[in-house]
Design a protein around this ligand. Sequence first.
Ligand code: GLC
Length: 743
Amino acid sequence: MTDNHIEVAAARQQPSQDAEASAALERAQTLLGRMTSAEKIGQLHQVNGGYSELEQQIRDGNVGSVINEVRMDTLNELQRIACEESRLGIPLLIGRDVIHGFRTIFPIPLGQAAAWDTQLIETCARVAAIEAASVGVNWTFAPMLDVSRDPRWGRIAESLSEDPYLCSHLGAAMVRGFQGDDLSQPGAIAACAKHFAGYGAVEGGIDYNTTNIPEIELRSTYLPSFKAALDAGAVTVMASFTDLNGVPATANEFLMQQVLRKEWGFGGFVVSDWDSIVQLSVHGLTANDAESALAAFDSGINMDMNSGVYSRNLGAALAAGAISETQLDAMVEPILATKFRLGLFENAYCDPASFPAAVNHDHRELAKQAAMKSCVLLKNANNTLPLLRETITSLAVIGPLADDGYEQLGTWVFDGDAADSITALAALQTALAPAITIHSARGVENTRSHNTDGFDAAIEAARQADSVVMFVGEEAILSGEAHCRADINLPGAQVQLIEAISELGKPLTLVIMAGRPLTLSNVIDKVDAILYAWHPGTMAGPAIADLLFGVSAPSAKLPVTFPRVVGQIPIYYGHKNTGKPPSHDTITSMEAIDNRAPQTSLGMSAFYLDAGFTPLFPFGFGLSYSRFEYRDLSLSAATLLPTDEIKVQVTLQNTGPCAAEEIVQLYIRDLVASVTRPVKELKGFQKHYLQSGASIRVEFSLSRSDLMFCNRHMEWVTEPGDFRVWVGGCSDTEMSADFRLEA
Ligand code: GLC
């Protein structure tokens, strides 16, 4: 395929700064003219709350932002000092990790991603912002936009999927939720697109590890979600800890200048990650703090999170002429502009009376809805679920996560309170007693414990019950930052516990709470049903109880691929075809190999002798209590002209016994291009709730821009040629049609 017709996509500038942003910029420039160099450097300094000399540092104009302080009275006092006792009265940015809720905790981002619901994500972020703003926080370090395809990595829990398209749409929705339409409105907080960039590609799934990402892969897979977040108006970006192709992101001019500012026209500011500037010498990029400060400053990192290295070194760098006053102004200006946009110069103080109470009924209801829409039904043999009240008189509720209000919250929860949680056991007791007797037992002390002393009580509880639900998985601490696992089986003695319970022959359901895909091959055949709940947050209990008893039907779909075994990683749906793609009729399992089989006899293609080439569960997979049928896929045209769009239609019918919601997915493949293309790429999704028997005609529009890709010259282009489009309820859908893109 020759690039005989290349349409290079104009580097879409970040939405032009509207009047409000422009006014803020002008005010920032005016203020800059009154600032000393020391005061300018002070704005680049973010200090951890509780720091002993914090108040004096603020008074002296040496602090631009405070992180990890959420006591409202303290924040109002710090703002008062900044506004009334410092020379220029510049208010503070108050940063906090509001990752999946503040006091009301929603499912972890990976769980929210399983809902494939931009409106839901936006609403959850809105509530999180309101609760955070009600104590004085005005900046969150979210959304985390790292595409992640390695469940060994603890931070996959924070990711919004393995797919650039889904991650982009969900991340942009989270930005809109945090920032609202006007940053100066009460309850709006600044968003932060993190971790820029490529963090999800850490080698071996080990956190903070090296990332080696070819530019074409960086642009195709890891950058789009950040561009989408900035297009949605995110005003800040956080640099990643990681070494990208030999140059740590925190000193990476290609990322921070070439891509972020030159190509994308980003007008906000970049904050380092925690101490990531001083870590440049640990990486071996610099010899000392002074060099680290310079390397980060020159690359375009505006603000230093926590380390103080800017505060200690930029004055001398300025005096020595290593940096200029003009450079310094350019780094401070967007920070001041953000403060103006947040309305902090008009009012930096928090008045809790202007906010609703945290964890109120509405917030709880939203958290329940989010949890219900995030749980993925992975298995439901013999229609074990939903459990029917009419047919059971007793239920066994077993496992270390059935009644643990803390663990169900998941990772990155600083301000949630386990006391606010409603656990699954509590919800089931409320919903079922006294008509249905509940027998409960932990079975094991925690998810890591190998102590089986609790097995007998658990087995006895199961023996007495008509049906058994086990709540197993990972404690929150086993996922999140720096919490990576080389073996992603259910930890501890949980597999043995499941085996022991399954020998009783009772209907057995697993509810799995975890911060990552787990390898379930060792339990999947021992249970009848599996509901994957991720870490579902404050309202885990009511949500899971409603799903288990069919008050609502599960509708979620996997935002990440589930490997059969950890050795398959990385495994994801949007892979390349290779020159030797595997197929079921060409591969051989290890058991089936003949003795002394000749070298070329096993199917020369891309697969594992001991694990094949397919995942346990593919991206986009999720069962329902009903069944959906797709038929009559049609395209409005066989060719797509550059200025047109093609309508893709399919009939969706709920052919099952109950009303349910389906997430309809659309994928494409560019069959021939000047660079190899993924075998499938998600390019659309819609959620449809249908009554049993009902059907609708679902329509997607595909335009030329949906077919763009990054070519070997790093240009976003389309090329004429043949395309295939699929529609279905999972990435492995085979319902397809072809069309041609004309020059
Ligand atoms: C961290 C994380 C980052 C977080 C920051 C502040 O180490 O990498 O995601 O926002 O510190 O807590």
